[in-house]
Design a protein around this ligand. Sequence first.
Ligand code: GLN
Length: 369
Amino acid sequence: MLAEEAILIGHLNCDEFAMGSSNENSAYGNVLNARDTSRVPGGSSGGSAVAVQAGLCMVSLGSDTGGSVRQPADFCGILGLKPTYGRVSRYGLIAYASSFDQIGIFGHTVRDVALLLEVIAGEDDYDSTVKKSAGEPAGPMWKENPGRKYRIAYFTEALDHPGLDPEIRSAILQRTNEWREEGHTVEAIDFELLDYIVPAYYVLTTAEASSNLARFDGVRYGYRAKEPDLELTEFYKRTRSEGFGKEVKRRILLGTFVLSAGYYDAYFTKAQQVRQLLVERTNLIFKDFDIIILPTAPSTAWRIGEKMDDPIAMYLADIYTVYANLTGIPGISLPLFGHTNGMPFGIQAMTSRFNEVSLLQFSHQMMQQ
Ligand code: GLN
């Protein structure tokens, strides 16, 4: 970005280690949603979303391990793109769950998002997942293709989910009817794996996080407890008790548990099998369709504090976004709607891996209406 003369104006607030869906797990306090300051901006990259929402900058970056760019974009009424896993180098990003993490982009227009993606995409000696050979070469991400007719699928189970706000459901269904009238194909397809997505995500990401965060020992890396004369084990305990917040500790414990000898097969292996099934099913879907659409989130931005006592409720709100990270496909949240409660919400579109050019073309077309 600097090589392209970008003007960088600041760091932005994030849930601690990017773990959260509301920005409330930040060690620095929580960002407020600029549309309604009694509500959360979404998370984890809530600061990046509000900076664009409130006009402090044109575009911003965040990290998306399970929705942390798309969901705050949805809550703030802006665009949020998570590129394909392997499109953008993760060098410089603090690892949360390495096989899920990807840098994402917030913006107001598809063109801005495409331009920034073009600048940051591509090979990097410091991240072996970003290879020239993977997918199409990084090149122009903005190629207009007006008037293309798309084959679009959505998951029946996703739109019939009891946790989905009925107003979000009807707005999306109504929009798909309009797309049909314009000549696109839109079909509901069965996706019986939906209920396994959130559990698989939280087993795999906590396992990876427990391993990634092991380096924060206070000896060679990370925060260090102040007391000088502690015995070594006590020093580790003190360092890690003081250095991590409640949610991060919960995830390290959960991740260590699912990786422990007695439970490895029951949880970690099982979740990997679910991930593999999701990838296979998704590849099949993209044989017949160009685009999958889903809601971005089951509700609009909730009130500050509302879900802080119930981590499971917070995790379940990630149901529609973690799918793209489990399968590595790119996803974008398009800010198309307003709710009667005064908050914005979007629709999420996804394509097969390394197909961002089509995803951005589709997004641009749908944003024009
Ligand atoms: N809300 C999800 C989580 O807490 C996603 C976070 C992210 O994408 N960094 O893991």
